[in-house]
Design a protein around this ligand. Structure first.
Ligand code: ADP
Ligand code: MG
Length: 352
């Protein structure tokens, strides 16, 4: 198993244009399934192409364990990349596509057939071995591309938005397949997505890229409930932000002094309160609230509240929200474990 390290990786496409990557530092742990998450244009595909060796960095290094692969040609890096669009050879069969890299390596034909058959079985495509790419669905073509990469036994597997072109059912199936294959093979895998829910469902670790910088790297739970900055919190759906100041384990703000559960740096900060963490009813950090609107969203109800002049958004179970009409007053509580303070102002960057 192999650890992938990006150290100070920088890339600017046009000489006078803006930098796409500003010295990216990221360690992808050996055997992990890591999601490289970020909005469109944040530099995800660029990062993948740099690792695969399809483009060269302006600065920085790329290492597999302690060995630099920065100056190696793509085929000698031990890295396989699956593109968003599968790019299969149209004139070759499914089996021919999967075996292509092994033929390039000069393996004997019977070895190739055996490895291809085993790999096709793993991605559940044995029945389609003789088909051409034009006769495949999008999901099947993605599985062929995945098999073609895995059959080479790369040290590192790169998947660029493998799920984004699939409909919801196929996406679930493909996500399950990627997870299973990664677990069985233990190949260090970096999978690109722009969808935070997808990253949470798929990966052991998330590296969040915002504007060509690593905004945070850690287990999904950490990015979700302990964001390093306001930008990370917003990317993960945070909507309630309150400026104030940390003093002796409490947060002083427009809602008064709120009890915190986590240690936060003394001084000015921005409090984030996840909407689903706000409780209707009495409890810790209790305040009186006025209901402005209740909107049924299917699996949840959104309640727009005003608390001491501050607008807050809460998400509650549909039945809890049903009885609330605009203008009614309810007690709410803010569990200390759901309150998190991020630095105020400029986006901070941070690892773990
Ligand atoms: P992502 O995959 O996160 O959507 P990309 O890495 O594709 O982002 O692109 C990051 C930025 O670099 C974008 O602003 C994009 O326009 C720019 N970019 C990507 N590829 C090229 C290229 N070949 N030439 C010039 N600019 C590019
Ligand atoms: Mg991309």
């Amino acid at each position: 198993m192999t650890r992938l390290t990006l150290a100070g990786l920088a890339k600017t496409y046009a000489r006078s244009g803006p930098a796409t990557l500003h010295g990216l530092d990221l360690t992808v742990e050996s055997g992990s399934l890591t999601a490289l998450l970020g909005p469109s244009g944040s530099g995800k595909t660029t990062t993948m192409k740099l690792i695969a060796g399809l483009i060269a960095p302006d600065a920085g290094d790329i290492r597999l364990d302690d060995r630099s692969i920065r100056d190696l040609p793509p085929e000698r890096r031990g890295v396989a990349m699956v593109f968003q669009n599968p790019l299969l050879f149209p004139h070759l069969t499914v089996a021919g596509n999967v075996g292509f890299g092994l033929r390039m390596r000069g393996l004997p034909p019977d070895r190739i057939s055996a490895e291809v058959a085993a790999m096709l079985a793993r991605v559940r495509l044995s029945d389609l071995a003789d088909r051409r790419p034009a006769q495949l669905s999008g999901g099947q073509a993605q599985r062929v591309a995945l098999a073609r990469a895995l059959v080479l036994r790369p040290a590192v597997l790169l998947l660029d938005e493998p799920l984004s072109s699939l409909d919801a059912t196929l996406r679930d199936e493909m996500r399950g397949l990627i997870r299973d294959l990664q677990r069985e093979t233990g190949i260090t895998t970096l999978v690109v997505t722009h969808d935070q829910a997808e990253a949470v469902a798929l990966a052991d670790r998330i590296a969040l890229l915002l504007d060509g910088r690593l905004a945070q790297h850690g287990p999904p739970e950490a990015l979700y409930s302990r964001p390093a900055s306001e930008a990370v919190a917003r990317f993960f759906g945070g909507v309630n932000f309150l400026p104030g100041s940390v003093r002796e384990g409490r947060f002083d703000c427009a809602l008064g002094a709120l009890e915190l559960a986590f240690a936060a740096a003394e001084g000015p900060g921005l409090l984030t309160i996840r909407p689903e963490a706000i409780r209707l009813g009495p409890g810790p950090n209790q305040r009186g609230a006025e209901v402005r609107a209740a909107t049924f969203l299917g699996t949840q109800t959104r309640i727009d509240l005003t608390v001491q002049g501050v607008a807050l958004e809460a998400l509650v179970a549909p039945d809890a929200g049903r009885a609330l009409s605009p203008g009614s007053r309810v007690p709410i509580s803010l569990p200390p474990a759901a309150l998190w303070v991020v630095p105020r102002g400029r986006a901070a960057t941070g690892g773990e």
